[in-house]
Design a protein around this ligand. Sequence first.
Ligand code: IMP
Ligand code: MG
Length: 187
Amino acid sequence: MNEINKFPNSFVSDQFVPYITAKEVETIVDSLAHTISQKYQGEELVLVGALKGSTPFLSDLMKKIKNVKVYVDFVKLSAVGRSKENNGTIILSKDLKTNILDKNVLIVEEIIDTGRALYFLKNRLTQASPRNIEVITLFDKPYKRAVPIKADYIGKQIEDQFIVGYGLDLDEYGRNFSEIYYLKYPN
Ligand code: IMP
Ligand code: MG
């Protein structure tokens, strides 16, 4: 299904090219869920989603994890003072409600680019003394990594493209798409 007409105007839609089908996304999530189910079989696991982009992935992933007692919580990270010259400072604008002391924690991300957001979040959660902390990401763009961090589970490594769909947005456009598109003319 081509979802480009979900965009409100053709100026925006002309810039997007179909990249990863909904079917392929589903296959990737199935495989990740299988891996997580095996790793944490019979244990407890706290999934920590970073709002808002991770929500479709987290939702599908949690439904497919079997034989694991799953807890879910969310954080929100915000970059303050970001400009062309400056990456700004990352802050936690919504914190966890769950006590993760001695718990298995899995940070759920939709994409890792520079890694700054994830690096901040992982350090922050580590301070709460979880038993174990791992990272799962649906997509990985390793090309512009600015900090030493990588995911323990990666759905798919993609080209150095700006993508939208399945939670990923361009100024809030495209989050609700089930397919992934890339931006033809990034600026
Ligand atoms: P970071 O550069 O790894 O810190 O990525 C921070 C955030 O930027 C990610 O969690 C996404 O919300 C967003 N982001 C990075 N690459 C893309 C993309 O290709 N499309 C949409 N959002 C992106
Ligand atoms: Mg994110």
